[in-house]
Design a protein around this ligand. Structure first.
Ligand SMILES: *[C@@H]1O[C@H](CO)[C@@H](O)[C@H](O)[C@H]1NC(C)=O
Ligand SMILES: *[C@@H]1O[C@H](CO)[C@@H](O)[C@H](O)[C@H]1NC(C)=O
Ligand SMILES: *[C@@H]1O[C@H](CO)[C@@H](O)[C@H](O)[C@H]1NC(C)=O
Ligand SMILES: *[C@@H]1O[C@H](CO)[C@@H](O)[C@H](O)[C@H]1NC(C)=O
Ligand SMILES: *[C@@H]1O[C@H](CO)[C@@H](O)[C@H](O)[C@H]1NC(C)=O
Length: 535
Protein backbone atom coordinates (compact mmCIF):
# COMPACT_ATOMS: atom_id res chain seq x y z
CA UNK A 1 0.00 0.00 0.00
CA UNK A 2 2.69 2.48 1.06
CA UNK A 3 4.83 1.69 -2.00
CA UNK A 4 1.81 2.22 -4.17
CA UNK A 5 1.20 5.66 -2.62
CA UNK A 6 4.85 6.54 -3.04
CA UNK A 7 4.74 5.62 -6.74
CA UNK A 8 1.64 7.79 -7.25
CA UNK A 9 3.31 10.68 -5.41
CA UNK A 10 6.47 10.42 -7.48
CA UNK A 11 4.50 10.33 -10.72
CA UNK A 12 2.40 13.35 -9.69
CA UNK A 13 5.41 15.36 -8.59
CA UNK A 14 7.31 14.32 -11.69
CA UNK A 15 4.60 15.48 -14.07
CA UNK A 16 3.97 18.58 -12.06
CA UNK A 17 0.23 17.90 -11.74
CA UNK A 18 0.25 18.35 -8.00
CA UNK A 19 0.85 22.06 -8.47
CA UNK A 20 -2.55 22.32 -10.14
CA UNK A 21 -3.18 25.85 -11.29
CA UNK A 22 -5.56 27.39 -13.76
CA UNK A 23 -4.77 26.62 -17.39
CA UNK A 24 -1.56 24.91 -16.33
CA UNK A 25 0.26 28.22 -16.30
CA UNK A 26 2.43 28.61 -13.18
CA UNK A 27 5.73 30.33 -13.83
CA UNK A 28 8.93 28.37 -13.60
CA UNK A 29 7.81 24.82 -12.91
CA UNK A 30 4.93 24.73 -15.33
CA UNK A 31 6.32 27.12 -17.88
CA UNK A 32 4.87 30.26 -19.42
CA UNK A 33 1.75 30.44 -21.57
CA UNK A 34 1.57 27.86 -24.36
CA UNK A 35 2.83 29.10 -27.74
CA UNK A 36 0.47 31.38 -29.63
CA UNK A 37 -1.64 29.45 -32.11
CA UNK A 38 -3.09 32.31 -34.06
CA UNK A 39 -2.87 36.10 -33.76
CA UNK A 40 -6.22 37.80 -33.12
CA UNK A 41 -7.45 41.28 -33.94
CA UNK A 42 -8.15 43.04 -30.68
CA UNK A 43 -9.61 46.51 -30.16
CA UNK A 44 -9.02 48.31 -26.87
CA UNK A 45 -11.36 51.24 -26.15
CA UNK A 46 -10.20 53.82 -23.61
CA UNK A 47 -11.00 57.15 -25.25
CA UNK A 48 -12.42 58.66 -22.06
CA UNK A 49 -10.18 56.98 -19.50
CA UNK A 50 -8.18 59.29 -17.26
CA UNK A 51 -4.52 58.54 -16.80
CA UNK A 52 -4.87 56.28 -13.79
CA UNK A 53 -7.38 54.14 -15.70
CA UNK A 54 -5.19 54.03 -18.80
CA UNK A 55 -2.32 52.88 -16.60
CA UNK A 56 -4.31 49.71 -15.96
CA UNK A 57 -5.61 49.13 -19.49
CA UNK A 58 -2.49 50.04 -21.46
CA UNK A 59 -0.42 47.16 -19.93
CA UNK A 60 -3.17 44.73 -21.01
CA UNK A 61 -2.99 46.08 -24.58
CA UNK A 62 0.80 45.93 -24.52
CA UNK A 63 0.91 42.40 -23.15
CA UNK A 64 -1.44 41.26 -25.92
CA UNK A 65 0.68 43.00 -28.56
CA UNK A 66 3.86 41.50 -27.18
CA UNK A 67 2.22 38.12 -27.40
CA UNK A 68 1.79 38.73 -31.14
CA UNK A 69 -1.82 39.84 -31.45
CA UNK A 70 -2.77 42.79 -33.64
CA UNK A 71 -3.95 45.35 -31.14
CA UNK A 72 -5.60 48.68 -31.91
CA UNK A 73 -6.26 51.13 -29.09
CA UNK A 74 -8.60 54.12 -29.19
CA UNK A 75 -7.28 56.71 -26.76
CA UNK A 76 -7.25 60.46 -26.23
CA UNK A 77 -3.54 60.53 -25.49
CA UNK A 78 -1.03 58.35 -27.34
CA UNK A 79 1.63 56.96 -25.01
CA UNK A 80 4.45 58.28 -27.16
CA UNK A 81 3.72 61.90 -26.19
CA UNK A 82 3.17 61.45 -22.48
CA UNK A 83 6.72 60.97 -21.29
CA UNK A 84 7.12 64.70 -20.69
CA UNK A 85 3.76 65.13 -19.03
CA UNK A 86 3.23 66.01 -15.43
CA UNK A 87 2.20 62.58 -14.29
CA UNK A 88 3.95 60.70 -11.59
CA UNK A 89 3.26 57.36 -13.13
CA UNK A 90 5.64 55.93 -15.61
CA UNK A 91 4.55 55.34 -19.16
CA UNK A 92 6.59 53.36 -21.65
CA UNK A 93 8.32 55.51 -24.26
CA UNK A 94 7.96 52.92 -27.00
CA UNK A 95 5.80 49.89 -27.52
CA UNK A 96 5.62 46.82 -29.72
CA UNK A 97 4.90 47.36 -33.39
CA UNK A 98 1.85 45.11 -33.13
CA UNK A 99 0.05 47.90 -31.29
CA UNK A 100 -1.55 50.77 -33.20
CA UNK A 101 -2.83 53.81 -31.36
CA UNK A 102 -5.80 55.69 -32.80
CA UNK A 103 -6.31 59.10 -31.26
CA UNK A 104 -9.63 60.86 -30.80
CA UNK A 105 -10.02 64.32 -29.34
CA UNK A 106 -13.75 63.87 -28.86
CA UNK A 107 -13.52 63.04 -25.18
CA UNK A 108 -13.91 64.36 -21.66
CA UNK A 109 -10.81 66.30 -20.79
CA UNK A 110 -9.70 66.20 -17.21
CA UNK A 111 -6.87 68.70 -17.64
CA UNK A 112 -8.82 71.57 -16.12
CA UNK A 113 -10.66 69.46 -13.58
CA UNK A 114 -9.86 70.42 -10.00
CA UNK A 115 -10.60 67.43 -7.82
CA UNK A 116 -10.41 69.55 -4.66
CA UNK A 117 -13.50 71.28 -6.09
CA UNK A 118 -15.08 67.92 -6.79
CA UNK A 119 -14.69 67.17 -3.09
CA UNK A 120 -16.35 70.48 -2.20
CA UNK A 121 -19.40 70.04 -4.46
CA UNK A 122 -19.74 66.47 -5.73
CA UNK A 123 -23.34 67.11 -6.84
CA UNK A 124 -22.35 69.85 -9.28
CA UNK A 125 -19.49 67.71 -10.57
CA UNK A 126 -21.78 64.76 -11.30
CA UNK A 127 -24.31 67.02 -12.98
CA UNK A 128 -21.64 68.55 -15.23
CA UNK A 129 -20.08 65.21 -15.97
CA UNK A 130 -23.48 63.79 -16.94
CA UNK A 131 -24.02 66.72 -19.32
CA UNK A 132 -20.56 66.32 -20.80
CA UNK A 133 -21.08 62.58 -21.32
CA UNK A 134 -24.43 63.25 -22.99
CA UNK A 135 -22.85 65.83 -25.30
CA UNK A 136 -20.07 63.35 -26.10
CA UNK A 137 -22.57 60.61 -26.96
CA UNK A 138 -24.29 63.07 -29.27
CA UNK A 139 -21.29 63.86 -31.43
CA UNK A 140 -18.68 61.14 -30.96
CA UNK A 141 -19.83 59.17 -34.01
CA UNK A 142 -19.25 62.29 -36.12
CA UNK A 143 -15.56 61.95 -35.30
CA UNK A 144 -14.07 60.28 -38.39
CA UNK A 145 -11.62 58.10 -36.43
CA UNK A 146 -14.39 56.77 -34.21
CA UNK A 147 -16.80 56.27 -37.11
CA UNK A 148 -14.26 54.34 -39.20
CA UNK A 149 -13.38 52.08 -36.28
CA UNK A 150 -17.06 51.56 -35.61
CA UNK A 151 -17.64 50.46 -39.22
CA UNK A 152 -14.81 47.94 -38.89
CA UNK A 153 -15.79 46.67 -35.43
CA UNK A 154 -16.89 43.23 -36.65
CA UNK A 155 -13.39 42.57 -37.96
CA UNK A 156 -12.19 42.37 -34.36
CA UNK A 157 -12.18 39.06 -32.54
CA UNK A 158 -12.38 40.78 -29.19
CA UNK A 159 -12.99 44.26 -27.80
CA UNK A 160 -11.66 45.38 -24.42
CA UNK A 161 -13.23 48.47 -22.86
CA UNK A 162 -12.92 50.59 -19.73
CA UNK A 163 -15.90 49.80 -17.47
CA UNK A 164 -16.46 53.41 -16.42
CA UNK A 165 -18.05 56.22 -18.47
CA UNK A 166 -17.71 54.43 -21.85
CA UNK A 167 -21.43 53.82 -22.46
CA UNK A 168 -21.30 56.00 -25.58
CA UNK A 169 -19.03 53.34 -27.08
CA UNK A 170 -21.25 50.38 -26.26
CA UNK A 171 -22.63 50.23 -29.85
CA UNK A 172 -19.17 48.85 -30.71
CA UNK A 173 -19.78 45.91 -28.37
CA UNK A 174 -23.05 44.66 -29.77
CA UNK A 175 -22.54 41.14 -31.14
CA UNK A 176 -18.76 41.19 -30.65
CA UNK A 177 -17.23 39.34 -27.66
CA UNK A 178 -15.95 41.91 -25.19
CA UNK A 179 -14.28 42.30 -21.83
CA UNK A 180 -14.93 45.13 -19.36
CA UNK A 181 -11.96 46.37 -17.38
CA UNK A 182 -12.84 47.71 -13.92
CA UNK A 183 -9.81 49.85 -13.19
CA UNK A 184 -11.08 50.75 -9.75
CA UNK A 185 -12.23 47.58 -7.98
CA UNK A 186 -15.55 46.23 -9.39
CA UNK A 187 -18.50 48.63 -9.27
CA UNK A 188 -21.19 46.87 -7.26
CA UNK A 189 -24.08 47.61 -9.61
CA UNK A 190 -22.16 46.40 -12.67
CA UNK A 191 -21.31 43.27 -10.75
CA UNK A 192 -24.86 42.71 -9.51
CA UNK A 193 -26.15 42.96 -13.08
CA UNK A 194 -24.30 39.75 -13.96
CA UNK A 195 -25.29 37.96 -10.77
CA UNK A 196 -22.73 38.90 -8.12
CA UNK A 197 -24.52 40.94 -5.48
CA UNK A 198 -21.96 42.53 -3.17
CA UNK A 199 -23.26 41.99 0.34
CA UNK A 200 -23.77 45.45 1.87
CA UNK A 201 -23.14 44.09 5.38
CA UNK A 202 -19.40 44.06 4.72
CA UNK A 203 -18.55 45.13 1.16
CA UNK A 204 -18.19 48.89 0.76
CA UNK A 205 -19.16 50.78 -2.38
CA UNK A 206 -16.31 52.03 -4.47
CA UNK A 207 -16.48 55.47 -2.84
CA UNK A 208 -16.65 54.96 0.91
CA UNK A 209 -15.36 52.71 3.63
CA UNK A 210 -14.91 52.97 7.40
CA UNK A 211 -12.59 51.65 10.08
CA UNK A 212 -13.40 48.01 10.84
CA UNK A 213 -15.40 46.57 12.49
CA UNK A 214 -18.26 48.61 11.09
CA UNK A 215 -20.73 50.14 13.53
CA UNK A 216 -24.48 50.12 12.98
CA UNK A 217 -24.44 53.70 11.54
CA UNK A 218 -21.62 52.62 9.19
CA UNK A 219 -23.67 49.72 7.91
CA UNK A 220 -26.78 51.88 7.56
CA UNK A 221 -24.74 54.35 5.52
CA UNK A 222 -23.23 51.59 3.40
CA UNK A 223 -26.63 50.06 2.73
CA UNK A 224 -27.94 53.47 1.65
CA UNK A 225 -24.91 54.00 -0.59
CA UNK A 226 -25.46 50.60 -2.24
CA UNK A 227 -29.04 51.62 -3.08
CA UNK A 228 -28.33 55.21 -4.02
CA UNK A 229 -25.27 54.87 -6.23
CA UNK A 230 -26.87 52.83 -9.03
CA UNK A 231 -29.75 55.35 -9.12
CA UNK A 232 -27.38 58.31 -9.41
CA UNK A 233 -25.40 56.43 -12.02
CA UNK A 234 -28.53 55.61 -14.07
CA UNK A 235 -30.10 59.02 -13.98
CA UNK A 236 -27.20 61.46 -13.88
CA UNK A 237 -24.46 59.64 -15.75
CA UNK A 238 -26.14 57.19 -18.10
CA UNK A 239 -29.58 58.58 -18.87
CA UNK A 240 -28.50 61.23 -21.37
CA UNK A 241 -26.11 58.88 -23.13
CA UNK A 242 -28.86 56.29 -23.49
CA UNK A 243 -31.15 58.89 -25.12
CA UNK A 244 -28.45 60.04 -27.55
CA UNK A 245 -27.44 56.49 -28.49
CA UNK A 246 -31.06 55.37 -28.96
CA UNK A 247 -31.60 58.32 -31.30
CA UNK A 248 -28.60 57.34 -33.45
CA UNK A 249 -28.93 53.54 -33.18
CA UNK A 250 -32.68 52.90 -32.85
CA UNK A 251 -32.30 49.12 -33.35
CA UNK A 252 -29.76 48.63 -30.59
CA UNK A 253 -30.67 46.89 -27.29
CA UNK A 254 -30.35 49.07 -24.19
CA UNK A 255 -26.89 49.99 -22.96
CA UNK A 256 -27.48 48.02 -19.76
CA UNK A 257 -28.36 44.94 -21.76
CA UNK A 258 -25.24 45.27 -23.87
CA UNK A 259 -23.08 45.75 -20.78
CA UNK A 260 -24.56 42.67 -19.15
CA UNK A 261 -23.60 40.62 -22.23
CA UNK A 262 -19.88 40.85 -21.47
CA UNK A 263 -17.78 37.71 -21.67
CA UNK A 264 -15.53 38.68 -18.79
CA UNK A 265 -14.77 41.43 -16.34
CA UNK A 266 -11.12 42.14 -15.53
CA UNK A 267 -11.06 43.58 -12.04
CA UNK A 268 -8.31 45.64 -10.48
CA UNK A 269 -8.63 43.80 -7.18
CA UNK A 270 -6.39 41.50 -5.21
CA UNK A 271 -6.99 40.15 -1.71
CA UNK A 272 -3.51 41.26 -0.74
CA UNK A 273 -4.21 44.83 -1.84
CA UNK A 274 -7.87 45.29 -1.17
CA UNK A 275 -10.86 43.70 0.48
CA UNK A 276 -11.19 40.02 -0.53
CA UNK A 277 -14.27 39.86 -2.77
CA UNK A 278 -16.36 36.86 -3.76
CA UNK A 279 -16.01 36.72 -7.55
CA UNK A 280 -17.86 34.96 -10.34
CA UNK A 281 -15.97 32.70 -12.76
CA UNK A 282 -16.29 35.55 -15.27
CA UNK A 283 -14.71 38.11 -12.93
CA UNK A 284 -10.96 37.82 -13.25
CA UNK A 285 -8.66 39.79 -10.92
CA UNK A 286 -5.71 41.41 -12.69
CA UNK A 287 -4.63 43.75 -9.89
CA UNK A 288 -1.25 45.33 -10.07
CA UNK A 289 -0.84 44.69 -13.78
CA UNK A 290 1.18 47.90 -14.09
CA UNK A 291 3.58 47.02 -11.26
CA UNK A 292 7.22 46.36 -12.11
CA UNK A 293 10.55 46.25 -10.31
CA UNK A 294 12.13 49.66 -9.76
CA UNK A 295 14.69 50.90 -12.26
CA UNK A 296 17.71 52.89 -11.12
CA UNK A 297 16.83 56.55 -10.48
CA UNK A 298 18.19 59.30 -12.74
CA UNK A 299 21.53 60.59 -11.45
CA UNK A 300 20.37 63.82 -9.81
CA UNK A 301 17.47 62.14 -8.03
CA UNK A 302 19.68 59.27 -6.93
CA UNK A 303 22.20 61.70 -5.45
CA UNK A 304 19.44 63.47 -3.53
CA UNK A 305 17.87 60.27 -2.22
CA UNK A 306 21.17 58.69 -1.16
CA UNK A 307 22.47 61.98 0.23
CA UNK A 308 19.67 61.88 2.81
CA UNK A 309 21.59 59.22 4.73
CA UNK A 310 20.07 57.13 7.53
CA UNK A 311 17.05 59.37 8.16
CA UNK A 312 15.77 58.73 4.66
CA UNK A 313 13.31 60.44 2.36
CA UNK A 314 9.59 61.22 2.38
CA UNK A 315 7.95 61.01 -1.04
CA UNK A 316 4.95 63.30 -1.57
CA UNK A 317 2.53 63.03 -4.48
CA UNK A 318 -1.18 63.70 -4.68
CA UNK A 319 -1.55 61.83 -7.95
CA UNK A 320 -1.77 62.66 -11.64
CA UNK A 321 -5.07 64.56 -11.42
CA UNK A 322 -3.97 67.08 -8.79
CA UNK A 323 -2.08 70.02 -10.20
CA UNK A 324 -0.06 72.23 -7.91
CA UNK A 325 -2.36 75.15 -8.66
CA UNK A 326 -5.37 73.18 -7.39
CA UNK A 327 -4.12 72.94 -3.84
CA UNK A 328 -5.45 75.62 -1.52
CA UNK A 329 -2.62 77.98 -0.40
CA UNK A 330 -3.53 77.19 3.21
CA UNK A 331 -2.64 73.51 2.72
CA UNK A 332 0.38 74.31 0.59
CA UNK A 333 1.77 76.46 3.40
CA UNK A 334 0.93 73.76 5.92
CA UNK A 335 2.88 71.20 3.88
CA UNK A 336 5.84 73.61 3.61
CA UNK A 337 5.90 74.14 7.39
CA UNK A 338 5.63 70.44 8.18
CA UNK A 339 8.39 69.55 5.74
CA UNK A 340 10.63 72.19 7.35
CA UNK A 341 10.23 70.46 10.71
CA UNK A 342 11.19 67.05 9.29
CA UNK A 343 14.66 65.59 9.63
CA UNK A 344 14.06 63.63 6.44
CA UNK A 345 14.55 64.93 2.95
CA UNK A 346 11.37 65.37 0.93
CA UNK A 347 10.65 64.76 -2.77
CA UNK A 348 7.44 66.53 -3.71
CA UNK A 349 5.54 66.13 -6.97
CA UNK A 350 4.15 69.61 -7.52
CA UNK A 351 3.77 71.70 -10.67
CA UNK A 352 4.41 75.20 -9.36
CA UNK A 353 7.28 76.98 -7.73
CA UNK A 354 6.66 76.84 -4.00
CA UNK A 355 7.70 79.88 -1.94
CA UNK A 356 9.60 79.57 1.37
CA UNK A 357 10.71 75.99 0.83
CA UNK A 358 13.27 74.67 3.27
CA UNK A 359 16.54 73.17 2.07
CA UNK A 360 15.46 69.57 2.65
CA UNK A 361 12.70 69.73 0.01
CA UNK A 362 13.03 69.02 -3.70
CA UNK A 363 10.06 69.89 -5.96
CA UNK A 364 9.59 68.27 -9.35
CA UNK A 365 6.79 68.46 -11.93
CA UNK A 366 7.19 64.81 -12.77
CA UNK A 367 8.75 61.83 -11.02
CA UNK A 368 9.15 58.15 -11.92
CA UNK A 369 6.93 57.10 -9.02
CA UNK A 370 7.66 53.36 -9.01
CA UNK A 371 11.40 53.95 -9.18
CA UNK A 372 11.28 56.47 -6.33
CA UNK A 373 9.13 54.18 -4.15
CA UNK A 374 11.42 51.27 -4.97
CA UNK A 375 14.50 52.97 -3.52
CA UNK A 376 15.19 51.57 -0.05
CA UNK A 377 15.98 55.04 1.31
CA UNK A 378 12.43 56.26 0.62
CA UNK A 379 10.82 55.63 4.01
CA UNK A 380 7.24 56.85 3.60
CA UNK A 381 4.76 58.04 0.98
CA UNK A 382 2.40 60.96 1.58
CA UNK A 383 -0.42 60.26 -0.88
CA UNK A 384 -3.99 61.19 -1.83
CA UNK A 385 -5.01 57.54 -1.56
CA UNK A 386 -5.25 56.67 -5.24
CA UNK A 387 -5.66 52.96 -5.86
CA UNK A 388 -2.61 52.70 -8.10
CA UNK A 389 -0.53 54.68 -5.62
CA UNK A 390 -1.53 52.20 -2.93
CA UNK A 391 -0.61 49.28 -5.18
CA UNK A 392 2.76 50.80 -6.03
CA UNK A 393 3.49 51.61 -2.39
CA UNK A 394 2.64 48.06 -1.32
CA UNK A 395 4.61 46.43 -4.13
CA UNK A 396 7.66 48.54 -3.30
CA UNK A 397 7.06 48.12 0.46
CA UNK A 398 6.70 51.77 1.45
CA UNK A 399 4.21 52.67 4.24
CA UNK A 400 1.76 55.48 3.56
CA UNK A 401 0.11 58.55 5.02
CA UNK A 402 -3.08 59.01 2.99
CA UNK A 403 -5.20 62.18 2.81
CA UNK A 404 -8.11 61.28 0.52
CA UNK A 405 -9.47 64.00 -1.80
CA UNK A 406 -12.33 62.54 -3.80
CA UNK A 407 -13.54 59.57 -5.85
CA UNK A 408 -12.41 56.23 -4.44
CA UNK A 409 -9.69 57.74 -2.25
CA UNK A 410 -11.66 57.34 0.97
CA UNK A 411 -12.12 53.63 0.38
CA UNK A 412 -8.43 53.23 -0.36
CA UNK A 413 -7.41 55.28 2.69
CA UNK A 414 -9.71 53.16 4.85
CA UNK A 415 -8.00 50.05 3.53
CA UNK A 416 -4.60 51.54 4.36
CA UNK A 417 -5.87 52.14 7.90
CA UNK A 418 -7.59 48.76 8.29
CA UNK A 419 -4.69 46.77 6.87
CA UNK A 420 -2.15 48.65 8.99
CA UNK A 421 -0.25 49.89 5.94
CA UNK A 422 -0.13 53.46 7.21
CA UNK A 423 -2.20 56.36 8.52
CA UNK A 424 -5.43 57.89 7.22
CA UNK A 425 -5.97 61.64 7.75
CA UNK A 426 -8.77 63.97 6.65
CA UNK A 427 -8.16 67.39 5.06
CA UNK A 428 -10.69 68.97 7.42
CA UNK A 429 -8.77 67.84 10.51
CA UNK A 430 -5.34 68.55 9.09
CA UNK A 431 -2.98 70.54 11.32
CA UNK A 432 0.79 70.86 11.24
CA UNK A 433 1.19 68.80 14.39
CA UNK A 434 -1.16 66.06 13.26
CA UNK A 435 0.52 65.64 9.88
CA UNK A 436 3.99 65.73 11.43
CA UNK A 437 3.00 63.16 14.04
CA UNK A 438 1.53 60.86 11.37
CA UNK A 439 4.66 61.06 9.21
CA UNK A 440 6.90 60.40 12.23
CA UNK A 441 4.78 57.49 13.32
CA UNK A 442 4.74 55.84 9.91
CA UNK A 443 8.51 56.20 9.64
CA UNK A 444 9.45 55.36 13.25
CA UNK A 445 6.97 52.64 14.10
CA UNK A 446 8.23 49.40 12.60
CA UNK A 447 4.69 48.00 12.71
CA UNK A 448 3.81 49.82 9.48
CA UNK A 449 6.98 48.82 7.68
CA UNK A 450 6.59 45.19 8.68
CA UNK A 451 2.95 45.15 7.59
CA UNK A 452 3.70 46.71 4.21
CA UNK A 453 6.64 44.34 3.65
CA UNK A 454 4.40 41.37 4.30
CA UNK A 455 1.76 42.77 1.94
CA UNK A 456 4.46 43.25 -0.68
CA UNK A 457 5.51 39.61 -0.41
CA UNK A 458 1.89 38.53 -0.66
CA UNK A 459 1.12 40.30 -3.91
CA UNK A 460 4.28 38.93 -5.52
CA UNK A 461 3.38 35.40 -4.46
CA UNK A 462 1.05 34.44 -7.32
CA UNK A 463 0.90 31.47 -9.69
CA UNK A 464 0.79 33.73 -12.75
CA UNK A 465 1.62 37.36 -13.34
CA UNK A 466 -1.35 39.68 -13.93
CA UNK A 467 -0.14 40.14 -17.52
CA UNK A 468 -0.21 36.39 -18.14
CA UNK A 469 -3.66 36.17 -16.58
CA UNK A 470 -4.96 38.97 -18.82
CA UNK A 471 -3.47 37.41 -21.97
CA UNK A 472 -4.67 33.91 -21.11
CA UNK A 473 -8.27 34.96 -20.48
CA UNK A 474 -8.44 37.31 -23.47
CA UNK A 475 -7.43 34.44 -25.74
CA UNK A 476 -9.78 32.11 -23.89
CA UNK A 477 -12.73 34.36 -24.73
CA UNK A 478 -11.87 34.28 -28.43
CA UNK A 479 -11.13 30.53 -28.45
CA UNK A 480 -14.49 29.80 -26.85
CA UNK A 481 -16.55 32.29 -28.89
CA UNK A 482 -17.37 34.68 -26.12
CA UNK A 483 -17.23 31.98 -23.42
CA UNK A 484 -20.99 32.10 -22.71
CA UNK A 485 -20.59 29.03 -20.45
CA UNK A 486 -18.96 31.29 -17.84
CA UNK A 487 -22.07 33.40 -17.59
CA UNK A 488 -23.94 33.02 -14.32
CA UNK A 489 -27.62 32.08 -14.77
CA UNK A 490 -28.31 34.88 -12.31
CA UNK A 491 -27.51 37.37 -15.08
CA UNK A 492 -30.77 36.41 -16.80
CA UNK A 493 -32.99 36.92 -13.78
CA UNK A 494 -35.11 39.98 -13.17
CA UNK A 495 -34.53 41.85 -9.90
CA UNK A 496 -37.69 40.42 -8.44
CA UNK A 497 -36.53 36.86 -9.03
CA UNK A 498 -32.91 37.56 -8.15
CA UNK A 499 -33.84 38.95 -4.73
CA UNK A 500 -36.43 36.15 -4.29
CA UNK A 501 -39.12 38.80 -3.89
CA UNK A 502 -41.65 36.53 -5.61
CA UNK A 503 -40.80 33.65 -3.28
CA UNK A 504 -40.94 35.90 -0.23
CA UNK A 505 -44.32 37.21 -1.36
CA UNK A 506 -45.71 33.69 -1.68
CA UNK A 507 -44.31 32.82 1.74
CA UNK A 508 -45.76 35.96 3.29
CA UNK A 509 -49.16 35.27 1.76
CA UNK A 510 -49.07 31.66 2.95
CA UNK A 511 -48.17 32.65 6.49
CA UNK A 512 -50.88 35.31 6.49
CA UNK A 513 -53.40 32.80 5.22
CA UNK A 514 -52.42 30.23 7.87
CA UNK A 515 -52.66 32.88 10.58
CA UNK A 516 -56.08 33.92 9.40
CA UNK A 517 -57.22 30.32 9.34
CA UNK A 518 -55.86 29.75 12.85
CA UNK A 519 -57.60 32.83 14.19
CA UNK A 520 -60.79 31.82 12.49
CA UNK A 521 -60.62 28.27 13.85
CA UNK A 522 -59.77 29.53 17.33
CA UNK A 523 -62.66 31.98 17.27
CA UNK A 524 -65.04 29.38 16.01
CA UNK A 525 -63.87 26.96 18.69
CA UNK A 526 -64.03 29.44 21.57
CA UNK A 527 -67.44 30.57 20.34
CA UNK A 528 -68.65 27.00 20.51
CA UNK A 529 -67.15 26.25 23.91
CA UNK A 530 -68.66 29.55 25.11
CA UNK A 531 -72.01 28.40 23.82
CA UNK A 532 -71.58 25.00 25.45
CA UNK A 533 -70.82 26.68 28.78
CA UNK A 534 -73.88 28.88 28.46
CA UNK A 535 -76.00 25.85 27.81
C1 LIG B 1 4.63 41.13 -32.92
O1 LIG B 1 4.00 39.93 -33.27
C2 LIG B 1 4.88 38.91 -33.72
C3 LIG B 1 4.04 37.73 -34.17
O2 LIG B 1 3.04 38.15 -35.06
C4 LIG B 1 5.80 38.52 -32.59
O3 LIG B 1 6.69 37.50 -33.02
C5 LIG B 1 6.59 39.74 -32.17
O4 LIG B 1 7.37 39.44 -31.05
C6 LIG B 1 5.67 40.90 -31.84
N1 LIG B 1 6.48 42.09 -31.75
C7 LIG B 1 6.78 42.66 -30.62
C8 LIG B 1 7.71 43.79 -30.71
O5 LIG B 1 6.32 42.29 -29.58
C1 LIG C 1 -17.63 69.63 -18.54
O1 LIG C 1 -17.35 70.47 -19.63
C2 LIG C 1 -17.12 71.80 -19.27
C3 LIG C 1 -17.01 72.61 -20.55
O2 LIG C 1 -16.33 71.90 -21.54
C4 LIG C 1 -15.85 71.87 -18.43
O3 LIG C 1 -15.59 73.20 -18.04
C5 LIG C 1 -16.05 71.02 -17.19
O4 LIG C 1 -14.84 70.98 -16.46
C6 LIG C 1 -16.45 69.62 -17.56
N1 LIG C 1 -16.78 68.94 -16.35
C7 LIG C 1 -16.60 67.65 -16.18
C8 LIG C 1 -16.95 67.11 -14.84
O5 LIG C 1 -16.21 66.91 -17.05
C1 LIG D 1 -23.28 64.57 -37.07
O1 LIG D 1 -23.44 64.27 -38.43
C2 LIG D 1 -24.78 64.24 -38.89
C3 LIG D 1 -24.77 63.87 -40.36
O2 LIG D 1 -23.76 63.00 -40.66
C4 LIG D 1 -25.43 65.59 -38.69
O3 LIG D 1 -26.79 65.53 -39.06
C5 LIG D 1 -25.31 66.00 -37.22
O4 LIG D 1 -25.78 67.29 -37.04
C6 LIG D 1 -23.88 65.93 -36.77
N1 LIG D 1 -23.83 66.20 -35.34
C7 LIG D 1 -22.95 66.99 -34.77
C8 LIG D 1 -23.07 67.15 -33.29
O5 LIG D 1 -22.08 67.56 -35.43
C1 LIG E 1 -24.99 39.11 -26.68
O1 LIG E 1 -23.98 38.35 -27.31
C2 LIG E 1 -24.43 37.40 -28.22
C3 LIG E 1 -23.22 36.69 -28.75
O2 LIG E 1 -22.21 37.57 -29.12
C4 LIG E 1 -25.23 38.08 -29.31
O3 LIG E 1 -25.77 37.13 -30.18
C5 LIG E 1 -26.36 38.91 -28.71
O4 LIG E 1 -27.05 39.61 -29.70
C6 LIG E 1 -25.78 39.86 -27.70
N1 LIG E 1 -26.83 40.62 -27.06
C7 LIG E 1 -26.70 41.92 -26.82
C8 LIG E 1 -27.83 42.53 -26.09
O5 LIG E 1 -25.73 42.57 -27.17
C1 LIG F 1 10.57 59.82 15.18
O1 LIG F 1 11.87 60.01 14.70
C2 LIG F 1 12.25 61.34 14.52
C3 LIG F 1 13.58 61.33 13.90
O2 LIG F 1 13.52 60.72 12.66
C4 LIG F 1 12.20 62.07 15.83
O3 LIG F 1 12.55 63.42 15.68
C5 LIG F 1 10.82 61.98 16.41
O4 LIG F 1 10.74 62.56 17.65
C6 LIG F 1 10.39 60.51 16.48
N1 LIG F 1 8.99 60.50 16.86
C7 LIG F 1 8.48 59.57 17.64
C8 LIG F 1 7.01 59.70 17.92
O5 LIG F 1 9.10 58.65 18.09
Amino acid sequence: MLTWLAVVAIVLVGTGTWRGGRGGGGRGVLGELPPLQQPYNILVLMPISVRSHRNVIQPIAEALAERGHKVVTLTKEPTTTTSTSTSTSTTPQHHPKNLTEMVTHTSIHEADLNIFEVQQSPGRFLWQLGNNLTRLAGNVYNDSTVRELYMKRKEFDLIIVDAIFHEAFYPFLHEVPFILVSTVTGLHHQSAAVGNLHHPAYIPTVLWDFPRPWTLPNRLFNFGAHLLMPLIWSFLLKGGTQREISRQFPELPSLDEIERNRSLNFINNHPGLDLPLPLLPSEIPVAGIHLRPAKPLPKDLLGWVEGAGETGVLFVSLGSMVRGSHMHPHFRTLFVRVFRRLQQRVIWKFEKKVPELSENVMVRRWLPQQDVLGHPNVKAFLSHGGLLSLQEAVYHATPLVAIPICCDHTRVAAHIHNAGLGRWLAWDDLTEDLLLEAIHQVINNTRYTEEVQQASRRIQDQPQSAREVAVFWSEYVVRHRGAPHLRSPAANLSWIRFLLLDVLTVLALTVTFLLLVTVWVWRWFSHRTGKIKLE
